[in-house]
Write a protein that binds this ligand. Sequence first.
Ligand SMILES: [Zn+2]
Length: 379
Amino acid sequence: MKTTQRRRGARRWLLGLMVAALAALVWGAAGAQTLDELRAAVAERPNDAEAWTDLGNLLLAADDLEGAKEAYLEAIAIDYLIGDAHYGLGLAEFGRGDYAAALFAFNEVARLYPERFDGHFNRAVTLARLRRPAEAAGAFERALEEAAPEADGADRLAAWTGLGGQRVLAGDPNTDAATLLLDLEWRLPPGYAPSDLVDVAAAGFAAGLLVRGPVVEDLRALRTAAEAEGVRLAIQSAYRSEAYQAQVHEGWRAALGPERAAEVSARPGHSEHQLGTAVDLRSADGPPAWDLDDWATTAEGAWVAAHAERLGFVVAYPRGAKSLACYDYEPWHLRWVGRDVAAAFGAARTAWLAAGLAEAVPFRAWLHLQHPPTDRNAP
Ligand SMILES: [Zn+2]
């Protein structure tokens, strides 16, 4: 019984996510038309595939899955190449639990709109539902590539491997720090520095390093909760300015070469440390955590792995997720996102695991879906 409920919960969550993404797309375009108006529109223009699609979208948003399915099928019967109707049909079928039909629809979306991130993503989720994890993993990676596009060929490969992408986030790092996606592609505005940095001594750690003000309370809670269990943590690195990050990254490039450096160190502008919300932890009596084979196997690292998320911190670069997280496994690197965002991410990961989608879904993948980055320099 519990299992069934959990499964249903996961399905509801995924569907909700998909519908939210769809709603954001369609409510911009369709305005605020009512169901009556849309029904009148299809009665008036029964051969208008877009009108049927609009009706399907509204029915889907209202959770009328059967009604939505019928409307989308009308649209597709009129114009098979209408991608939005295939997309909506996929969502409706997914919600109905007919994953084979949903996969067929999402396959058509991927075929008709190969550049559409959410089409690939929903295809991946559906494949996972159908217990085809290898294909799901491929589709999921494709989705993330679509979400971080670059020109083509070598350029795109360079961007994806960290040597070329420089897309500047439109979001405000001061107010949206918890949900800004920083990776090989996306970066902070050039020269960005937070204005509310405070010493980590405010959270009871040894003085001399800085974090953003909103981080302090949860950072203190992390320290005291650990100490209550006899676990003593220290901070190795916290805020790093763009100039300092440039030095750090240059050091890695000199030591390892540009390609390997990109896997272990963010370029300036791309670091969560520059955002002021990341800390690299270590054991209070130990060396820098990256000097160990796997800090998560120490008492301190294991405690952090088990408890950080409920206190508002995510391990941004989990084990076995390099292709999706962009960087090597870093059990010591915590990104503060606040307890609400951390809980939402945790729920998403649980659902993805239940769907067999991936062993380690990194925070970056969740951000791509829930808080997609937008380009400040986009026309
Ligand atoms: Zn770090």
